[in-house]
Design a protein around this ligand. Structure first.
Ligand code: SF4
Ligand code: SF4
Length: 312
């Protein structure tokens, strides 16, 4: 979506515009990719800053604010006790809270682990896990606070964000797509990879918004916009296993198909739980060169004198 250009006269009034909605963009456990997608809106960014006052957006400006916010975009999942407290504070300071991306709306990749895998991951990743506080499960924002709207995707489609901001300020309902990826695929006139290549595709049960990128390059959709409401996820999974079209796929391969960016979203997770195929990530037993630390003090990083690497 292209915002109309801002007339020069309006630009000069920018500093004196008093009633621009206050917008914030914050992150929790995430890769920042959704925030970067907002910054990719090169043609619309100036117009956006004329119409909205970005009071908090650490990826873009050193200006900081703890609220209040008219609209707050939240990226990332809740993965630590501090984040659980902070999202409650932000909710109280916000009129319209919008979650952006698979991490915030479905938990993201980090939510695929189970509570029982949590300790193994901590021990493998951090040399001194006792000093790292993290929750046993990573959860979407909606598990903690009320969410007013969500923008799906990994990353999001930034034009949906512009549409949502425009709708909020004009008091209308945002027009966000809610069909299956198949519809977009057919609109683009793409060949169906299931029919022509015998490849599995999650398009029939995935919410659109990506422009059918994956079928467009000849591969199946892997569900990064998450399950479409009311989709027969179980039926598609069973058809991949038992149906004649793909020659019957292994159960765990089908389960793994659903364990992607939005694999923690319940309809997808239920398939993986039923069919198996949870991703097995090889965990190192311990980090090779951990920090020096005692039980009561934080770790001190540095190369050990006897470490052969120190002489290189
Ligand atoms: S949804 Fe994807 S792009 Fe966005 S923060 Fe999470 S991992 Fe990064
Ligand atoms: S390629 Fe996938 S998204 Fe496209 S029509 Fe076939 S099943 Fe649907």
């Amino acid at each position: 979506m292209q915002l109309p250009p801002v007339p020069t006269a309006q630009v000069s009034k920018r500093a004196t515009t008093l009633n621009r909605p206050r917008v914030g963009v914050v992150k929790f456990a995430s890769c920042d990719g959704c925030q970067l997608t907002i910054l990719d809106l090169e043609d619309e960014l100036l117009a956006l800053t004329e119409r909205f006052e970005f009071v908090e957006f650490a990826e873009a400006t050193s200006r900081r604010s703890s609220g209040p916010f008219d609209v707050l975009f939240v990226e990332g999942s809740i993965s630590s006790p501090e984040q659980a407290v902070e999202i409650a504070r932000l909710r109280a300071a916000t009129k319209t809270l919008v979650t952006i991306g698979a991490c915030a709306t479905a938990g993201g990749i980090q939510a695929l682990r189970t509570a029982s895998e949590h300790e193994a991951f901590r021990a493998a990743v951090y040399p001194a896990p006792a000093f790292v506080e993290s929750l046993a499960v990573a959860s979407p924002i909606s598990s903690y606070v009320t969410v007013d709207a969500e923008l799906r995707g990994c990353p999001i489609d930034a034009h949906q964000l512009v549409e949502l901001l425009t709708a909020v300020t004009t008091g209308r309902r945002p027009q966000l797509p809610d069909q299956a990826v198949c519809l977009e695929c057919k609109r683009r006139g793409l060949e169906c990879v299931v029919v022509t290549r015998g490849e599995p595709c999650l398009g029939p049960v995935t919410q659109t918004g990506c422009g059918a990128i994956c079928p467009g390059i000849g591969r199946g959709c892997y569900g990064c916009f998450g399950p479409r409401e009311g989709a027969n996820v179980d039926g598609l999974a069973s058809w991949f296993v038992d149906g004649p079209a793909l020659g019957g796929l292994k159960r765990e391969d089908v389960g793994r198909l659903f364990a992607g960016f939005t694999g923690a979203a319940q309809p997808f997770r239920a398939v993986t739980d039923r069919l198996g195929g949870r991703p097995q990530i090889p965990l190192r037993p311990a980090t090779a060169h951990g920090p020096e630390h005692s039980e009561h003090t934080p770790p001190v990083w540095g190369t050990r004198p006897e470490d052969p690497d120190a002489r290189r």
